[in-house]
Design a protein around this ligand. Structure first.
Ligand code: SF4
Length: 359
């Protein structure tokens, strides 16, 4: 393999011999201008694992409330109770949302929301039960480590008890949000009321230990340094060595509009693509790397398939969180649109369930 940057040769050696990359390698990958060199290495690993297969899922997002006690600095979605545009679905409204798409063969219901000050834990259990009853064939993928910690504090139950109750109601999997960037510095500055890096890792360890798989994410493109990004990825990799519970990693490009960080510039295409590739190369033990088209646009997500991504997330309908932060992307895509996006990039679309079993 040819590289414009000689610093990539030793990394290529490691990649081809299956040797694990380290912190310095991660920094070299981020600092190099040889974007296509990085892409070729990431694509090599992607094709070894998945050939030209590219996964997607027919899914539905349900953001049941945007009322949140945390009010993180980077969040455009959350509101205080009673504030303009604050909303909370009661169970019948949530049911109505699920029923509107019962005619579609949806395999995954993705549910996250704010930390509501007064909804009881029974609301969340009823929500999961309702969805599972209406959609027995779909996986309920709901709540992040942040909510699990909140439910535990709300009820006085241990983390284990909370998770077991949710599992009993029908929870099958959890998304990967809430870690943002696993750094105490960023925690203090951007999300001081939310759980910090150590607690996030601790909660996920318990979740995985009880057999609930999760995804992992990284919210990048705000005040974090490249060192903090690489450290974040390595912390995820270390936990994955112990638990094996992460299914996919999803880089989340920060959208500053409508947040208290609106003076920041949004991420650019080079950074978005490089972050996908660095994740593919550093996270040798997390199988799937997702290009989340809602955040980086469908066109760039398509290009990311050649930078190590093997998953385009899903059809999604009514995505709210990123769109309240000014995303101009569609709020959903049809099955035909997503398949076309994959095929026209030279890849093979594979419809999957929440656990990556082909359908
Ligand atoms: S990011 Fe999550 S926890 Fe933070 S304010 Fe928004 S909804 Fe609440």
């Amino acid at each position: 393999m040819e590289f414009n940057d000689p610093a990539l040769f030793p990394i290529h050696e490691k990649v081809t011999s299956g040797e694990r990359l380290d912190f310095e390698d991660g920094m070299t990958l981020y600092h190099t201008n040889d974007l296509l060199g990085v892409a070729r290495m990431a694509n090599l690993v992607r094709e070894q694992k998945f050939s030209r297969d590219t996964y997607f899922v027919r899914n539905q997002h349900l953001n049941y409330t945007n009322v949140c006690v945390n009010r993180c600095v980077f969040c455009a979605f959350s509101r205080d109770m009673g504030e303009e545009k604050a909303y909370t679905f009661d169970l019948s409204k949530a049911e109505q949302e699920i029923r509107t798409r019962l005619h579609e063969p949806i395999r995954e219901i993705h549910m996250v929301g704010g930390l509501h000050p007064s909804l009881p834990f029974s609301y969340y259990l009823d929500l999961v039960r309702m969805v599972k009853e209406l959609r027995p064939e779909a996986t309920v993928k709901a709540f992040t480590a942040v909510e699990i910690d909140y439910f535990s504090r709300l009820t006085g139950l241990s983390l284990e008890e909370v998770i077991k109750e949710l599992q009993g109601a029908g929870l099958g999997m959890m998304p990967g949000g809430g870690a943002e960037v696993l750094s105490e510095r960023i925690h203090r500055k951007l999300y001081p009321r939310k759980i910090g890096p150590d607690r996030w890792l601790q909660v996920i360890r318990v979740v995985h230990g009880l057999g609930v798989p999760t995804n992992a994410t990284m919210l990048y493109g705000h005040i974090e340094t490249l060192e903090e990004r690489v450290n974040h990825l390595l912390k995820l990799r270390t936990l994955q060595d112990d638990t094996g519970g992460f299914t996919a990693f999803i880089p989340l490009a920060f959208h500053p509009e409508n947040t208290r960080l609106s003076h920041l510039k949004p991420t650019g295409g080079i950074d978005d693509l490089k972050t996908v590739a660095v994740a593919r190369l550093l996270l040798d033990n997390i199988p799937h790397i997702k290009a989340y088209w809602v955040m980086i646009t469908p066109s760039l997500a398509q290009v990311a398939l050649s930078f190590g991504a093997d998953d385009l997330d899903g059809t999604i309908v009514e995505e709210k969180i990123t769109h309240m932060a000014g995303a101009r992307t569609p709020t959903g895509m049809s099955m035909e649109e997503i398949s076309h996006l994959i095929r026209s990039a030279g890849y093979h679309p594979v419809e999957r369930d929440a656990f990556y079993n082909p359908i």
